[in-house]
Design a protein around this ligand. Structure first.
Ligand code: SF4
Length: 424
């Protein structure tokens, strides 16, 4: 996609990201504290309320992959002894660190003043931050989020998380930043989050229209970027989501589809629901495999990994710590398999999907465990045929374009036959 073909919101986001990395580079001089944290269960409003800047290692890894840098970083990490089986995000981050900690946009990343580990079900997160703690010799604080094994968060689980935030996270942030907790500032950030979340949900749900004005997987990666990372609960985030919503509403009014690497997708032959994260090393090539077949994704689970806002959750400034507990608990990967199946089946129905696709990535057990039984169960409940494809997040060795293309082409042919009433 050339700059001239990009949506205004994409350009806005690019500038926001560049400015964020610039501020991070300047942090040792400006004295802005820096907190490293992960996307699922991130507490950006709280971090920002202390005047600290968040760094999200997964975002650095995927941005490095989109710029073709991950292969070298992964090779360096493996050479240093990290196994081929380790999540490629971790190896990409470690390789980047060893190469001088230069961010994807070319600026230098500062050392963390604090590692804030919000544990939403991925054991790798713990090991990853242990490696960073050894490297940086900095403090780490751990927030334990109980898994929603019974499909919901009990009041005791909620209190347990809120108490940890009050009794261990806030003191750790006060110590690392040298600033006192300001509850009013946190409430203000949460107010901005909720407003941006309203706009994001309107954008995601616009895919119920025909033609869909968005691609809810590849395009949604851009749409959720700011809210899943450093910009939730900020003025810039608020402005971004207002712009994005207007842009999408404009497309709805004109009956237009989304911008894709193959041009605007107004003719949409297949409406798909997708489960699993995308591949980042060949992101545009992967997207083109769908767009060239006139396939649009109308709902995805990956676009909920940093918050399930479309299920109704909003950050609530009236109950700052309780709402942060609710947010962490409700992250997609903290939900049990029946809840995930329920979500996918509901998407298939509400978004009138023709097909359902699982993209399984080698790296991520949080996503991949249980995907095959989920596929069968969603098929059984919806009657919609599913397909299963595989690659990886940021390790290009696991992206086989020919295999994926073949698999997708056969799947689309099968959907055609089904539409035409030919028995499978
Ligand atoms: S295993 Fe999955 S959830 Fe865990 S760090 Fe890797 S990509 Fe993230």
């Amino acid at each position: 996609m050339s700059e001239s073909e990009k949506d205004l919101s994409m350009l806005l986001q690019k500038d926001m990201l560049a400015e964020h990395y610039r501020r991070l580079e300047a942090a040792p001089e400006t004295g802005e504290p820096v907190v490293y944290t992960f996307v699922p269960g991130n507490l950006t409003e709280l971090i920002r309320s202390f005047g600290a800047l968040p760094v999200l290692p997964e975002i650095n890894a995927l941005q490095s992959a989109m710029r073709g840098k991950s292969q070298g970083y992964i090779a360096a990490a493996e050479k240093a002894g990290h196994s081929e089986d380790v999540c490629s995000y971790v190896k990409c981050d470690i390789g980047m660190l060893k190469a001088g900690n230069v961010s994807p946009t070319g600026t230098r990343l500062p050392k963390p003043d604090l590692l804030l580990l919000s544990y939403t079900g991925c054991y790798t997160f713990m090991k990853w931050f242990e490696l960073l703690r050894e490297e940086y010799r900095c403090p780490m604080v751990f927030l334990q989020i109980p898994y929603q094994g019974d499909g919901e968060q009990s009041p005791a689980m909620r209190q347990y998380v809120a108490r940890q935030i009050r009794e261990s996270l806030i003191p750790a942030l006060e110590k690392a930043t040298g600033r006192a907790f300001d509850e009013e500032r946190l409430r203000e950030n949460l107010r901005m989050s909720a407003a941006a979340e309203d706009d994001l949900v309107a954008v995601l749900q616009s895919a119920k229209k025909t033609p869909s004005p968005i691609d809810a997987y590849f395009g949604a990666v851009y749409y959720v970027g700011p809210i899943f990372s450093a910009f939730r609960g900020t003025e810039e985030g608020l402005a971004y989501y207002r712009t994005l919503r207007q842009e999408v509403e404009g497309r709805v009014a004109r009956g237009e589809g989304p911008t894709t690497p193959s041009g605007r997708l107004d003719r949409q032959k297949y409406r798909l629901v997708v489960e699993g994260p995308p591949n980042w090393t060949h992101f545009r090539e992967f997207w083109r495999m769908f767009a060239d077949e006139e396939a649009v994704v109308v709902a995805s689970t990956y676009s909920k990994v940093g918050g399930t806002y479309d299920l109704g959750f909003r950050h609530d400034p009236a109950d700052p710590l309780g709402t942060l507990a609710d947010y962490c608990s409700g992250c997609y990967t903290n939900r049990n398999l029946p809840s995930r199946v329920e979500m996918l089946a509901r998407y298939a129905e509400e978004y009138r999907a023709d097909g359902f696709l699982i993209h399984s990535v080698k790296s991520c057990n949080s996503f991949s465990a249980g995907q095959l039984p989920m596929l069968r169960e969603v098929e059984r409940r919806t009657g919609i045929p599913g397909a299963f494809i595989e690659s990886d997040l940021v390790d290009p060795r696991y992206f086989s374009a020919a295999n994926l293309k073949n698999r997708l082409e056969s799947y689309f042919q099968m959907l055609d036959a089904r539409k035409a009433g030919v028995p499978a």
